[in-house]
Design a protein around this ligand. Sequence first.
Ligand code: F6R
Length: 612
Amino acid sequence: MCGIVGYIGPQAAVPVVISGLRKLEYRGYDSAGIAKINPDSGKFEIQRAVGKLINLERKLSDADHAPHERLNVAMGHTRWATHGSVTERNAHPHVSMSGNIAIVQNGIVENFLELKHDLQAEGVVFTSETDTEVIVQLVEKFIHAGSDFEKAVHMALAQLRGSSAVVLLNLAEPGTMIAARLGNAGGVVVGLGDGEVLVASDVPGVLECTRKVLFLDSHEVVIAKVGDVKVRRLNGERVNKEVHTIAWDPVAAEKGEYRHFMQKEIFEQARAITDTIRGRVDFEQGKVLLEGMKAGPLPRKIFSIGMGTSSISTMIGKFMIENLARVPVEVDYASEFRYRDPLITPDDVVMGITQSGETADTLAAMQEGRDKKARVWAIVNAIGSQAQRVSDGNITMRSGPEISVASTKAFTTSVVDQYLLACWLAQQTQHGLPHTAISDLMHLPGLVSKMLEKNNIYDDLANIFHLREHFLYLGRGINYPVALEGALKMKEISYIHAEGYPAGEMKHGPIALIDENMPVVCICIRDNVYEKMVSQVEQVRARHGTVIAVATEGDTDIAKKADHVIYVPECPPLLSPVLTAIPMQRLAYHMALRRGCDVDQPRNLAKSVTVE
Ligand code: F6R
């Protein structure tokens, strides 16, 4: 998870930026960097260091700590691991070929290879392996062609596909900082101080200087000068932004522009997924590198276990691992696993999936694997947690702290982790990894970002259905677990009774529940079971149930059959649960809100269940 802070104002800029980055420390980092404009030489002074922020601080000089009477401008960045290459060379900021423009970025440029090859063909020499450098070289190209800084940034951003947050400085206009947000891979907060202006990826990064902030929406660009902050859409149109005053209460400050942590965490998913992928995938070579995993013999079988949402995640991972790596996966509730004397052999792996890394049942199931001499793997969010410590190999979710009791971003990142694991295992098989498996992943953050766009349908549905007492969720194949997750989210935060079923099971009993009072959420995206799901939709309608369909964009037929449709962009079926899970979360959130429930701390639940 990258953290970004930029500053222009009367204070010594470097310490302000470092202190802001420290406030974003919860995002974790493996390397950090800072660019300062030296007003005397008119050049950038750039420092980068591998490891914690303190390593970067050690490289700073006394001059960095003293304010200059004319100009104090700097921006900094903390970065998550990059596949083995946590190097200074790849740490941000990156500069254009002339050295005149600098950039920091959070996100993924999906079409960077294409753009890089075009720029190289025009003679641009790259000094890093990052996608970020492509953006700064593009900006320089447009400046050389006659555009001003602002126009050049707009033109460069218009060429990018994917989801990114960027900050740029230009020596030719040293008092101007330009920042932009494309999609939801990274937030951009602009801090409006007294005679100073800041940008950061989250509110805590600016709080030391100011509590007056504005938040960029997707496809907005801010041109920030002291006393003059303009926001435009990518098409050039001027936007008047609301200025928010952040409360002193640290919890409220952490929620930033959101009402609840759950809402914030839902909207962080494009960023969290970007961080989960970033640095673990070599898109050029088509390879996955998992820093916490040791290569070894392919497991005979993987026992994948978890509780609640994490257990549902194992069911999706089973499809991914079996499909890509052809390794059999058996899933179970951790609480059941050890009491059935599972047939584990030393050639197997027992893998615990756990956000907290402290769930008692999951830890006990992992111990069962250890006792039976199997290898033990973990997919965890909490760094340093018990599950991570006791495992032989682990993959972290990189979703950042999940505060809301209802799990959202840890669910989708754990699914992405299992996809990465499936690719990693497939690489070790004779049949290898299909190249499309990697390129599909590259587009995922952008698609997730689309799912997070403003959509009134969730509010409308909550208005229609908030007084219902029951909900049914249907899915098939890899989207059956998503139906389970939809029902779980609805139950836990809105206290509506909800059931998830594999759609084929309907005729064998649950169909008796359907009448005009039963809303049925049907996940019927275009995949190999699409026709079968459509026939389920028809059966529900025939019994006067109300259908809320989750369908693929462009599917107009479904709109004729269902009462309401939530569209998801077209995507490879194996990755589709990452997208279809988001309407489940957003619908449950809006229902809970409409019913006046305590969204972040639902009754009777705890974030981490450390007792059996
Ligand atoms: C549901 C939820 C819980 C957890 C479960 C396991 O929204 O959050 O069902 O998924 O308690 O927790 P972890 O993943 O920490 O082991």
